[in-house]
Design a binder for this molecule. Sequence first.
Ligand code: 9MJ
Length: 674
Amino acid sequence: MSPDPARRIVELIELLDRYSREYYEQDAPSVSDGVYDQLFRELQALEAQSPESSRSDSPTQRVGGKPVAGFLPVSHSVPMLSLDNAFSDEELLDFDRRARERLGSVEMAPIEYMCEPKLDGIAVAIRYERGVLVQAATRGDGQTGEDITHNVRTVKSIPLRLHSAETIETLEVRGEIFMPKRGFARLNELAESSGEKIFANPRNAAAGSLRQLDPSITAKRPLAFYCYGVGVTEGVTLPETQFGLLQWYKSLGLPVNVEVEAVSGIRACIDYYEQLSRRRSSLDFDIDGIVYKVNSLAEQSYLGFVSRAPRWAIARKFPAEEAVTRLIDVEFQVGRTGAITPVARLEPVSVGGVVVSNATLHNEDEIERLQIKIGDLVIVRRAGDVIPQVARALTQERQGELRSINFPTQCPVCGSPVLREEGEAVQRCSGALSCSAQRKGAIIHFVSRKAMDVEGFGEKLVDQLVEMGRLKDPGGVYSLTHSELAALPRMGSKSAQNLIDAIERSKQTTFPRFLYALGIREVGVTTADRLSKHFGDIDTLLAASTDDLLAVPDIGPIVAKHIRAFLATSANLKVVHNLLDAGLEWPEIVSSETQNAPLAGQTWVVTGKLEHLSREEASELLRSFGANVAGSVSKTTSVLLAGPGAGSKLKKAQALGVEVIDEEEFVARKSNWI
Ligand code: 9MJ
């Protein structure tokens, strides 16, 4: 499928050149930095393998962008360096080892490092003479940048005069101009409402803002600045460390990122990385990694630099959240409710630090929107914990045979017609429990932890029993026998007995668990709880009309429709009755409206680790006493039950003056409620 190396090199050079022009000249990138880096590294590797095919116009031979016409060139008498990258802890450890070897401190004390968030903005050099801002320039290629003084003067956090520094002859401050995320969002909202061009990301918005010929436009853009380095100086003695430099900058009125931290040794650098990467999304500025710098300025100058990067600093990049790979095939999965989800099978690729070989394509509309075909190169995105998605297809790079994706009209599992309800994007198999995929899904849901909680009843077992024809609906679980289970492959007599015991235990349940376990569409744990409180018992619920359902708090027409549809299907009613006949039972519901429940009208939140109960068990108990249990703390919270390890919820409760109790107090109070 992949072309030969020489052809791929030519292809990559052209592709990277186009992406680079989109990025630097048009401020309109069509791919993310991560994708660019990935292709760049692929090119580097191919050129190393086949040096005879490398070309002098390859982007790997170039160090930076060209100044654009309209701005005067500024030459950097102290070159503006860029940074080498480390993409793993190993590469970072190598960097530290090399630095210690050069400093002669392999066996000696660890190096002290400064850790700085790596801002994703525009590097600038701002020159102050006798304390007054006289010039500002971009990095350009590191030797020559562009004069953007007129625009930089409009950035409000950059002082036009340094605090009490008239005696400093010359100070060239270096740092990053960027657009905070909130400002970026507002700017794009405004642009959208007035039909103007929308920026792809905060970095491009910042670059576009600094490239204005008219500074009154720049002045309206929400730009900010943090400084982190120094260029030319005259008539001043610099502090001894990077940390000291930043402290001194602060005293001069220059903005310094509050997140910077001096640490001892490379292990502490890794800890800093892990902590900051967890908070990354809550920072108000985009970062693409962490910069580590040898703290001592004397050691920095001893270490020096190679070609364009210092030997005393390194950028530990976050794993790219996007990568390019090829779509090999599309399969259609059938879920518990019959929803048919197209799943992309991909050539495995590392995204966000995880190897991805499948990604969801959501539904037919999404396939249409992506205009994607099998065989296409695609961009896969995975941010944080979200399921990998196909962001788009590189349709311009198409070559060779491609196959179009046809959404099935019959269920790929049972052959029943696939239907799409009006106003819905989802297509569903119409086979209900006669479709083995829906049957498996329904039973897996039924035995799951928040439902009937049958311990040890896993997906593989459900698959096996459904395929043998032994489980036709959730009720079948209660007629399984020890000998039947023990005869299954890889199942001993003891495991079979454990399962039988767990099945038996699950018969003692609660009304909301039972309702949730039925797997009615749109009925999650909270809705099941509301329904059980409202109707109190199963017979009243079974007889409920749509209007009766609409009278339940927070139940709207869609949920009511799904409940009615479920109850109107005779196969479902048969399942419900079989379950009741199997001996499922639950304590009578203490309805908060009809009986004077001790916690009626109160809203509780449970957080932290409890010793004697799980959080869910505590919540269930609270609900049984009439309390409403919420997921987050607010002004209306009555009490927060907090175990050890409670974090932001505890802080918020304390800030709002909400009563906080521990488990011991909870247990003591509980005895009064019974
Ligand atoms: C960024 N981008 O935040 C440097 N940087 O230091 C920080 N960049 C840098 N330092 C030397 N914090 C060259 C570049």
